[in-house]
Design a protein around this ligand. Structure first.
Ligand SMILES: *Cc1c(COP(=O)(O)O)cnc(C)c1O
Length: 719
């Protein structure tokens, strides 16, 4: 994708933008014409900061999609550090300018730190901090589209507190509203009203087509001219309270960005750091240049001519920035081990990946809800990284779709969810070492009591814990036998166990064979008999649950407090057996990889390990970048496995390798290196379902999904 080169152009433009910001603060054309200066600094230069936000959003996009909070936190930490240092750097100027004099209060400092910045240009850093945090929250809670819509509304609100304020202030109630806002933040140009729309524009650019250079430049010029018209109109009508937000700013910055993105060029990554340094340092140089001119008695020439003043400030800031940048780089590389920048990450679609459609999961959730009684809540089963769908992201989708809580297999899965910020009940379905009681408590997890002995051991740790009691009604895996009534009541007397639920698991609910139906009925009967008896004897059993996916499809009317669907949440059934209710499930996951190269085999030539594939006649093979190390079953080739290329099926041939496999593309014209091969999912009119792959390999979909390798990157697509 040539990511590096593109970045160089984009980052080069960043430096230009930094100089535009210096212009805003020095008014270079003021000694020529006030209007010309207005156009340059209050219209043209207003592109600069939004462009920074768009870039931030653009580079953040893949991490945002994957809900990679680590990335976000690292980014926020870095900006917070820059902000902290900048505040210190400007303390002397704060002192000098009387910031701590009249009107100074602790409350004002806090508001400044949060919104306005403690020095006039520093507002940008809290705006990035808040904006990025806020945009993540929006996207995680509501999805990209709604987040975008919401930030557009916020921008609109901001607009009427900025350059369109004259209109808003006509209406007393609206004016009062804005006065309220301004008592907290001096401007609406901040992390709430201003930054989000540009961050999301940048994030959205990733999916959009680039714009051809000529067209883009022409379009941008037209938009810039129109925005100049917008700015001048507002200026002459006297409507502006401040002048950093225009309606046309959004399309202009978008088009400009898309145009530059399409350019290949050369430049340096250093530009990014240097532009930030210019941004942070320039107010100091405005002061220093003025001071120096005074001392040298050249003020008339140096300061009163606004253009020369501007150029002097730019030059001084630029050299200082290069100097500090060089110093920092020297510091980094002069250590024993040169640190390699870890910023270059592989693109998500650069080898093999999984695509997940959040909408499908939401849809399946609705379908499941329709089958179940009104009162039955859903405990979304997220074990094995949500059956390969990514546990954290899936949890967020389920949370937004109204899940009651989540279930996982083990402690580490539960802790990972909590660490990612997932709230709500998390039930661990499997065994956890009682020694981990502290960990269970710290992360507020709910543990399954696997039998009576376990209950006593857990309680003996002396730490109050939330638990659900597992009842064995005939599967004979985990649980206390439903017949061991005395044992069960003893669990209720364990001092440190707070029993919040009681559940069982069905072992043949997935078939409709006569004896299996009878067995399941017996299991259900045993469970409800036990629960009834406990209740009659006054034991607070907490919430009841017994159905997993097939329990829901074959026995939906059980009237429990909760159900525990896993597989069907993801839109998949284990195999093609009949079920009583067959809801319209949508598979959420697609598995894709790329074609590394295409090669021709002459008749009689062989390919792959063991040379098992033999070309009977002329054959064209594609090498696909996925293998059993990614979870494709090794026996899939012999089992008649296929992939979709250009919407058609290409058979897998030879032996599947750990990282690659071969497909026969002789019958599909035009296949070339870089093409996308679909192993599970749709492509044109073709579709390969997970059920098909599982059936061919003699297993169930659950196994295929849970074994998807963790070097597959995940993309979440919203339609
Ligand atoms: C895995 C599991 C589930 C979910 O099973 P599905 O068939 O995927 O719905 C529910 N309950 C327990 C105890 C499980 O282990």
């Amino acid at each position: 994708m040539g990511g590096k080169k593109q970045r160089a152009v984009l980052d080069g433009f960043r430096v230009l933008c930094a100089f535009l910001v210096v212009a805003i603060h020095t008014s270079p054309l003021l000694s020529v014409s006030e209007t010309a200066d207005f156009v340059l600094t209050r219209v043209f230069a207003r592109v600069a900061v939004p462009f920074f936000f768009v870039l931030t959003g653009y580079f953040m996009a893949p991490h945002l999609e994957a809900s990679d909070r680590d990335y976000r936190n690292r980014f926020l930490k870095k900006i917070a550090a820059v902000y902290g240092l900048s505040m210190l750097l400007y303390l002397p100027l704060n002192l000098y300018s009387g910031y701590f004099g009249e009107g100074f209060s602790g409350g004002k400092v806090v508001l400044d730190i949060l919104f306005g910045g403690t020095f006039y240009h520093l507002w940008y850093l809290p705006a990035v901090l808040f904006g990025v945090w806020f945009v993540w929250l929006l996207v995680e809670k509501a999805g990209f589209k709604r987040a975008f819509f919401c930030s557009a509304i916020l921008y609109l609100i901001g607009l009427f507190g900025d350059s369109y304020y004259g209109l808003a202030s006509e209406i007393p109630a609206v004016k009062a509203l804005y006065d309220g806002i301004f008592s907290i933040s001096e401007y609406t140009r901040n992390g709430l009203f201003f930054a989000p729309i540009f961050l999301l524009t940048g994030a959205g650019c990733v999916r959009e087509e680039k714009v051809a250079f000529g067209k883009g430049v022409a379009g941008s010029a037209v938009l810039l001219a129109l925005m100049t018209g917008e700015g001048l109109t507002l200026y002459f009508l006297g409507l502006q309270r401040h002048d950093s937000m225009y309606i046309l700013l959004i399309p202009l910055v978008y088009l400009l960005f898309q145009t530059l993105r399409a350019l290949d060029g050369c430049g340096r990554k250093a530009f990014r750091d240097i532009s930030l340094l210019i941004y942070v340092l320039h107010p100091w140089f405005i002061v220093l240049v003025r001071g120096a001119a005074k001392v040298l008695k050249i003020t008339p020439f140096f300061v009163e001519n606004s253009l020369i003043h501007y150029l002097a400030v730019c030059a001084a800031t630029f050299f200082a920035s290069i100097f500090f940048y060089g110093l920092a780089e020297y510091g980094k590389t002069s250590g024993k081990i040169a640190r390699i920048s870890g910023k270059e990450r592989p693109g998500v679609k650069s080898r093999a990946w999984v695509e997940i459609e959040g909408e499908a999961i939401r849809h399946n959730m609705e379908e499941i809800r329709r089958l179940l009684p009104e009162r039955t809540g859903i405990l979304g089963v997220l074990k094995a990284d949500a059956y390969g769908h990514g546990a954290v992201k899936t949890a967020r989708i389920l949370e937004a779709a109204g899940a009651e809580g989540y279930a996982v297999a083990c402690l580490s899965e539960a802790v990972a969810l909590r660490k990612a910020g997932i709230k709500g009940e998390i039930l661990i379905l499997g065994w956890t070492d009682p020694k981990e009681a502290g960990c269970l408590a710290r992360y507020r997890l709910t543990q399954t009591v696997v039998d009576a002995v376990y209950a006593r051991m857990l309680s003996h740790r002396g730490i109050p814990l939330k638990v659900h009691v597992k009842i064995d009604t005939g599967m004979h895996r985990l649980g206390v036998s439903n017949e061991a009534y005395e044992e069960i009541t003893k669990i209720f007397r364990c001092r440190n166990l707070k029993i919040e639920g009681i559940f069982s698991h069905l072992c043949v609910s997935d078939t409709r064979k006569k004896e299996d139906l009878a067995y399941t009925e017996t299991q259900i009967q045993r469970y409800f008999d036990l629960v009834g008896r406990l209740k009659r004897d006054g034991y607070p059993v907490g919430r009841t649950h017994i159905q997993a996916s097939y329990g829901i499809l074959n026995y939906p009317n059980l009237n429990c407090d909760l159900a525990r669907p896993g597989l069907i949440l993801y839109g998949i059934k284990s195999d093609s057996q009949d079920v009583l209710y067959d809801p319209d499930l949508k598979p959420a996951l697609a598995l894709k990889a790329r074609v590394a190269l295409v090669r021709d085999l002459e008749p009689g030539e062989r390919a792959g390990y063991g040379r098992v594939f033999c070309a009977k006649d002329f054959r064209r093979l594609g090498v696909v970048t996925i293998g059993y190390g990614d979870g494709v079953p090794r026996n899939y080739a012999e089992a008649g496995g296929e992939v979709l290329l250009k919407g058609s099926r290409a058979p897998i041939v030879g032996r599947i390798c750990m990282d690659q496999l071969l497909v026969d593309v002789t019958e599909i014209p035009g296949v070339k290196a870089g093409d996308t091969a679909v192993l599970i999912g749709k492509d044109g009119n073709g579709q390969i379902t997970c059920e098909e792959m599982a059936e061919k390999c003699g297993t169930i979909t659950n196994e295929i999904l849970s074994r998807l390798g963790n070097r597959l990157l995940r993309i979440y697509v919203e339609k």
